[in-house]
Ligand binder design. Structure first.
Ligand SMILES: NC(=O)c1ccc[n+]([C@@H]2O[C@H](COP(=O)([O-])OP(=O)(O)OC[C@H]3O[C@@H](n4cnc5c(N)ncnc54)[C@H](OP(=O)(O)O)[C@@H]3O)[C@@H](O)[C@H]2O)c1
Length: 288
């Protein structure tokens, strides 16, 4: 069962192959969502400073009835923290807000502050190095078990590696059927940086694609199940979001195999250009 499967990261830490995304789960509903997911068998929970629900996620982690060390709790340093001081302070605030002694994973949310994504050429090389140093220090102090980045392109990673003492262990990127950054995935996997697939169901948008539904029907699965299996079969860690316990359950029932031929079809499926007005994706400039 996929929920019991893990990948081993470059520092030996094991990470579940399937986790629960929590973007758009309100803080006052997050604890219940975490408890429902844990009851269903999920052990990896992904939040971020930017989601405004770290408190609720932390509450869920503390009250779900599973020992802390059996869970994998992940958050992100907000994209706007581009100095050592602000990043380090934000890590302390996350621990405090969540009521936890340590996090399993903390990553830089984006190389650029959100307002500049797709709007500016500035890749914040120095700012990311400073934020990375804060993560390295928290890692060395045992406050975080594993550190990484998110939305980093190959050039962003190479700039970071020039001065990094510790190599990022993961890169969390937008990856779903019809939007697979193959070159980046290959580069990271070759360099022992695990890929986490965020928005594996294309933020819900893929549910409206009849051609994808046809492929799902062929395997006797739902579109979300096809999407999650696709991400896992690429060797990535899938992070579907849902606040619905029934969806949590079916999203974890992905023990089937997509043929190599169909994997190629899905990889090359026409790109979804818009995630819809209400999706929240416009924060990325709508062009991820
Ligand atoms: N690092 C980053 O910059 C970044 C950016 C975006 C997302 N993320 C992470 O990745 C996670 C997932 O991404 P996402 O939230 O954008 O989108 P997603 O997981 O691709 O899609 C979520 C949408 O699909 C629906 N859904 C899920 N399972 C379903 C099912 N079985 N049947 C029908 N609908 C289903 C959800 O609705 P229901 O809740 O009603 O089920 C929700 O509307 C986030 O929560 C976050 O943790 C990270």
């Amino acid at each position: 069962m996929v929920l019991n499967e893990t990948l081993t990261l470059s520092n030996g830490v094991k990470i579940p192959k399937l986790g629960l995304g929590t973007w758009f789960i309100d803080d006052d509903k997050a604890a219940d969502a975490v408890c429902a997911a844990v009851k269903c068998g999920y052990r990896l929970i992904d939040t971020a400073q930017a989601y405004g629900n770290e408190r609720g996620v932390g509450e869920g982690v503390r009250k779900c009835g599973i020992p802390r060390e059996k869970l994998f709790v992940a958050s992100k340093v907000a994209a706007e923290h581009k100095t050592y001081e602000s990043a380090a302070k934000s890590i302390e605030e996350t621990l405090e807000k969540m009521g936890l002694d340590y996090l399993d994973q903390m990553i830089i949310h984006s190389p650029q502050p959100w307002v500049e994504v797709n709007q500016s050429e500035n890749r914040y090389v120095e700012g990311n190095r400073a934020a990375w140093k804060a993560l390295e220090d928290a890692y060395k102090a045992g406050k975080i078990k594993e550190i990484g980045v998110s939305n980093f392109q190959i050039g962003d990673i190479e700039s970071l590696l020039e001065t990094a003492e510790i190599k990022p262990m993961v890169n969390q990127v937008l990856l779903h059927i019809s939007n697979t950054p193959t070159e980046l995935v290959e580069y990271c996997q070759k360099n022992d940086i695990a890929i986490e697939a965020y928005s594996p169901i294309a933020h819900g948008e893929i549910l409206n694609q009849p051609e994808i539904k046809e492929v799902a029907d062929k395997y006797g699965v739902s579109v979300p199940q096809l999407c999650i299996r696709y991400a896992i079969q690429l060797g990535t860690i899938a992070l579907p979001k849902t606040g619905n316990p029934e969806h949590m359950k079916t999203n974890s029932e992905v023990d089937f195999e997509i043929s190599e031929q169909d994997m190629e079809v899905l990889k090359n499926f026409k790109k979804i250009e818009s995630y819809g007005e209400s999706s929240g994706f416009p924060v990325y400039g709508g062009k991820l």
